[in-house]
Design a protein around this ligand. Sequence first.
Ligand code: PLP
Length: 493
Amino acid sequence: MILYSTRDKNSCLDALLAVVSGISPEGGLFVPKTFPKLTQDEILNYCNLTYPQLCALVLNKFFDELSIDELNDITAAAYKKFDTNEVAPLHKLTDSEYVLELIHGPTIAFKDMALQVLPRLLLIAKDKKNIDEITLVLVATSGDTGKAALDGFADVPNTKIVVFYPNDGVSEFQKLQMVTQEGKNTFTASVKGNFDDAQTGVKNIFANKDFEALLKSKNIKLSSANSINFGRLAPQVAYYISAYVNLVKYGAINIGEKINFTVPTGNFGNILAAYYAKKMGLPINKLICASNRNNVLTDFFSTGKYSANREFFKTISPSMDILISSNLERLLFEILDQDCEETQMLILNLKNNGEYELGKDKQEVLKQDFFALFASEEETNSAIKSTFEKYGYLIDPHTAVAQFVYEEYIKKTNDKTVNVVVSTASPYKFCSDVLNALNLPVSSDIFECAERLNNYTKAKIPECVMDLKGKKIIHTDNLEKQQMLEYIESIIK
Ligand SMILES: *Cc1c(COP(=O)(O)O)cnc(C)c1O
């Protein structure tokens, strides 16, 4: 299908080329003009499919230039590395509360759901469009995207990947995952500053015309693996549909019955995919947007005013420590009835003044689909503890933010609709914080922490955790913000 830029009606590309480009030349994000439809019969048919088969059919709605066979090959390969055939299983807490586990991929965070697919989409897109350039993938990460992108792109032909992460903004485990990454085409360095510094650095490199000319002379083209790439959004739509299909299969809901999703949110990519699924026809009542102490989205949904002019907090859910949620632009575009000029005006305001505000009528439109709350650090900790005590179920701090917010939502609304909390990382990715929340002693050795957590909770340790133990540290660079470009230049020399 053809995708359009959120900032310029005349800038459009087919979906495969949009994956290669990442972002539209004037800075807009690629979006569908009309959403493909999902019928009730299709949902029923999906009940008989494996996850990769279901995902291929969903992808085909966006990437209709690819055959079902080609997409089946892509999704079968992408989800082979997951530690369960179900890929995205549902865990039942009560008759009306489920957890969608997106934590079974090679890096034990939900980013794998899309980042195992994206490199394969990119390869087939370049092949179909006869593009012979080398792709240089640049990533700024708050922790999980970096490792998932490195794993997805490692040893992909004609591709190099460079990941920048904030020096002290990621967990020790996340850092170890990245600095031990193998593969001749993978590079990663820490940057002094927070995530927004790393992301701004990457954005500046994308906008640097001299650098672009240098790359062109070497037949290299920049691309992005951040969630602004449409190739990440499309595979995420599939797991919302799969969750619904599973609830029907288990008899937890009747076909056509609406459900809620509660999503721990940072850059707004994950929850946006749920919104797209709703637009396609998946029966969804409310999307509950859960934030941590960096509650810029909570304020946005309750007041219509988005303001990044506020203090930045480091929390125990670091992948949600974000003040500028890039994918919100795609929601704005829809709320503003796909008006590019208006969308661009708001984004320009954000860029120049750090804020923008929606009109009253548009605020009401948002409230039809969304509900937003946040969890403080104490509330996040207490949700980890109470969920384990109540259900014997161990969750990570990001998932705990969502679990807390969902429980608050029930108190405020008494809405009995079946809810699915989206689980975005394994608790073993954040062992010391989880031990802390359970009032257990923390060791300075992260592997000892993992074993301690396992002893106490009996939650299975994912294989990749202990695999890290003997791995060689390969990437050691620590950069000033101004050195990011130099670092890339040394790689492409
Ligand atoms: C990336 C991430 C999030 C936030 O997802 P967005 O798509 O950026 O909103 C939440 N939890 C974890 C564990 C993540 O890695």
